[in-house]
Design a protein around this ligand. Structure first.
Ligand code: ATP
Length: 806
């Protein structure tokens, strides 16, 4: 925040020249011409129409018989001056007024009083006009703010609507894209499903064909099986018959055996009979031959039987072979049947498998068909959704178009409003310029050098009862609120100032009176506000207030609050301000930087060697002090912090140097640089708020040595200050400085268009009535600077233009 050595004052856009102030009593003409120019420049635009009708009213204020005649008869005479309006001519006439030369002092005085009265009416009218301007400006500002707010709201609404629609469109587009991609996917799935369905169908047909051929095979196998079974049955029958035949052959064989045995027995018996016969051979030879014949016959029959038997045996073996064959056939057939049966079972298995496959295929097909129908349904729904989305899209496109056209209309409206706003801004700027001029004119009419007197309440420390009153306030019409009477040793001394604040007046009451000066600093003027008075008279209270008590804040904090509040307000009109603060103390003609981070600066002797704090003025009338700490500030809080720091620095410095708090001048400087880029205007103002060293009679404290030096330094700087104010007010070419640092520092802030206000603080303590009288005399002298003549009743000794304290 702190920026060292940036304290070179920036170049002024309007260098102050002393020519605009007309203060010399002998040259009222000069004052008039200058003021006429300023008033003419204000144009008095807003009330022209009304004013042409009431123009004659001004003749009231020019009512003196020695004034040049005016265009119309007087009106509203004696009525409230608020009803009277002035034209440029009226003001010119008033300002061009000349006093007749052959008047005596009393008449001159009367004329002057009358002139002042009319001037006051004129000032009141200007104040009224200014109030109207301010009111009008406020109205325009409010209207503008409203229009701007409406515009912004409409714009925001439109933007929000557009955003909303855009987001809906985006969403719909996204949905559409998603639906389309889903649709495409579904289409692919559908095609795949259809393909797989076709494949399944083919497979099914192939399986059905296979099943049919297998069924045919099975049927054929079953037929083969049946024929094989029949064959087996017939073979079984043949086998059974062959077995029966075999049994019968066995029976036949058995019989043949039994026959053979019977034949053998017969043979035996025959042989026995042969023997018998042999015996009887001879006898029987005959028998023999017969018997032989019988034998050969038997043998032949036996051979035949054997042959028969052999034939039968071979037949049986044949039959056995056949049976074996049949058995083998049967076995073969059986194995064939078994093979066929296993084949059939295989076929059956296959058929089962194929049937299961067929079933799964069927269920799959059914599933696929249902999926297909689902997908078709989905596709239909998607188509519907797509159609509705497209419809919505069309609708939203339409509404977007509508919104766009609405937006265009609003845009056009906004543009129009903006142009109106620009016009209004221009008007505000013009109004602001007029206001500044009027404000300045009013302040000039009030006086560029003014003196306010403030009497503090009697304090318990004063040690005197409330019954002893040395200060009183006249209540005559002329002096009410402006006069102060001081009684010393039974003698009454009367003084009149621009304003007198009584002990009951609050800090707020005092600030109200100076707030216009603070505004002037923001308008680019140099403003100096001094608090002057004896020790303990309330200078610090007036300038700083009581720490910690908000309602008792002094002029400095209040001024800063106003500066930052107004800065914020003017920012709306395009003004950008930069503020810089510096705070210094002049003690015994030594400058002390109160914002310096270096604590060693409290040591005056070291300061002088380390830092020279040389005061310099540039060609533009700006002042800067080398090595002084300048701090950029952006809020009144920042400044409050700096003020606290400065106060701390002051008290530490005083302790270190055994100095009394009242013996140094405290100078607070706020540099204001304002730039309006839209109107290309630039202003540079300075606000100097100064708590002067307390004036104190040396004799009172009876001090010597250092104290004497201190007092002399104070007196020198105050005396020098009064000389400078005098010289500048009188537009003297040579401005004396008398080597006072304070005077040299403030010199550019006291001349030209600068506004100077001095508070003379007075203590009601009877014990310090002498000092009070001294202060009041000095203040009355400064007050008299205004127009170069003692414009108010003062107790000045005419020759004494310099302060002598102590
Ligand atoms: N208007 C006032 N109302 C109430 N109290 C006041 C007023 N003016 C001054 N005082 C009180 O009077 C005392 C002296 O005031 P202050 O310190 O401001 O005087 P000063 O002129 O600055 O003195 P010095 O020159 O010694 O610094 C303080 O206690 C202050 O609070």
């Amino acid at each position: 925040m702190v920026s060292k050595n940036q304290n070179k004052a920036p170049s002024s856009p309007s260098p102050a020249s002393f020519s605009s102030i007309n203060r010399k009593s002998s040259s009222v003409d000069e004052v008039s011409i200058d003021k006429k120019r300023r008033i003419a420049s204000t144009k008095m635009a807003p009330n022209t129409g009304t004013r042409t009708q009431t123009r004659q009213a001004f003749s009231v204020v020019n009512g003196g018989q020695d004034l040049p005649p005016l265009s119309g008869p007087p009106s509203n005479f004696g009525s409230d001056c608020g009803a009277i309006e002035f034209t440029k001519d009226d003001v010119d006439t008033l300002l061009n007024e000349k006093l007749k030369k052959n008047l005596n002092y009393r008449e001159k005085n009367d004329k002057m009083i009358d002139f002042i009265k009319r001037l006051k009416q004129c000032i009141k009218w200007f104040l009224q006009l200014e109030a109207n301007y301010v009111e009008e400006q406020e109205k325009i500002k409010k209207l503008l703010e409203l229009a701007e707010k409406n515009c912004n709201e409409t714009e925001l609404m439109m933007k929000a609507k557009e955003d909303e629609l855009n987001s809906i469109i985006m969403e719909l587009r996204k949905n559409l894209e998603a639906l389309q991609s889903k649709f495409a996917k579904e289409e692919v799935d559908r095609v795949e499903a259809l393909d797989s369905l076709a494949r399944e169908r083919d497979l099914r047909l192939a399986a059905e064909k296979l099943q049919a051929s297998l069924s045919e095979d099975l049927r054929r196998s079953q037929l083969d099986n049946a024929s094989a079974n029949q064959k087996i049955q017939s073979l079984n029958d043949t086998y059974r018959r062959l077995q029966e035949f075999n049994t019968s052959l066995h029976q036949w064989n058995t019989r043949l055996q039994s026959d053979l045995e019977a034949t053998n027995t017969t043979l035996k018996r025959v042989q026995e009979e042969k023997a018998a016969v042999v015996e009887n051979l001879s006898t029987l030879r005959g028998n023999l031959t017969s018997l032989q014949e019988q034998l050969s016959l038997s043998r032949a029959s036996q051979d035949e039987a054997i042959k028969q038997k052999e034939a039968l045996v071979s037949e049986a073996s044949h039959l056995r072979g056949d049976l074996q064959q049949v058995r083998e056939d049967r076995d073969r057939q059986l194995s064939q049947v078994e093979g066929l049966q296993s084949e059939v079972s295989k076929y059956k298995e296959c058929t089962g498998k194929y049937t299961a496959d067929l079933e799964t295929l069927s269920t799959k097909t059914v599933k696929l068909e249902s999926t297909c129908s689902d997908q078709s349904e989905q596709i239909r729904r998607l188509h519907e959704q797509l159609a509705s989305a497209q419809q919505k899209l069309q609708l939203s496109d339409l509404s977007a178009m509508e919104t766009r056209s609405e937006f265009e209309v609003n845009k056009a409206m906004i543009l129009e409003l903006k142009s109106r706003l620009a016009d209004a801004d221009l008007k505000i700027v013009e109004g602001e310029n007029v206001r500044k001029k009027l404000h300045n004119t009013i302040l000039e009419l009030k006086g560029n050098i003014r003196v306010f007197c403030r009497v503090r309440p009697l304090l318990s420390d004063d040690g005197v009862g409330n019954d002893v009153k040395v200060v009183s306030f006249p209540i005559s019409m002329e002096a009410q609120g402006r006069g102060i009477d001081l009684s010393q040793n039974g003698q009454k001394h009367s003084f009149t100032f621009d304003k007198v604040f009584v002990p009951d007046n609050s800090q707020e009451d005092v600030f109200v009176e100076i707030s216009q000066l603070v505004q002037s600093a923001l308008d680019g003027y140099k403003v100096c506000i001094f608090a002057y008075g004896q020790t303990g008279s309330g200078k610090t209270y007036t300038m700083m207030g009581k720490p910690g008590l908000l309602d008792q804040k002094g002029l400095i904090p209040r001024s800063l609050e106003q500066v930052f509040q107004t800065k914020q307000m003017l920012e709306a009109q395009g003004w950008k301000y930069e503020m810089q603060v510096s705070m210094l103390e002049i003690y015994n003609e030594t400058i002390r930087d109160l914002l310096s981070a270096n604590k060693s600066t409290f040591d005056a002797s070291r300061v002088e060697t380390a830092k020279q704090y040389a005061i310099k003025h540039d060609a533009n009338g700006n002042t800067y002090v080398s090595d002084l700490t300048i701090v950029d500030v952006r809020s009144s809080r920042e400044v409050s912090y700096l003020l606290e720091r400065a106060a701390q620095s002051r008290s530490v410095g005083k302790t270190q140097m055994n100095e009394q708090s009242s013996r140094s001048h405290f100078v607070f400087t706020l540099r204001i640089v304002g730039v309006n880029e839209s109107t290309d205007q630039q202003v540079q103002g300075v606000l100097n708020l100064i708590d002067l060293a307390g004036s104190e009679r040396l004799s009172k404290s009876g001090s010597t040595g250092d104290r004497l030096k201190e007092t002399q330094a104070i007196n020198k700087s105050l005396s020098s200050l009064s000389d400078v104010i005098f010289a500048l007010a009188k537009k003297e070419e040579h401005v004396p400085f008398r080597n006072s640092k304070l005077t040299y520092l403030l010199q550019p802030c006291l001349g030209g268009d600068s506004k100077t206000l001095m508070f003379v603080n007075v203590s009601p303590d009877p014990a310090s009535v002498g000092e009070s009288l001294c202060s009041l005399r000095f203040a009355a002298r400064v007050n008299a600077c205004e127009i170069g003549i003692p414009r108010r009743q003062t107790n000045l000794r005419s020759s004494d233009s310099r302060l002598s304290i102590g």
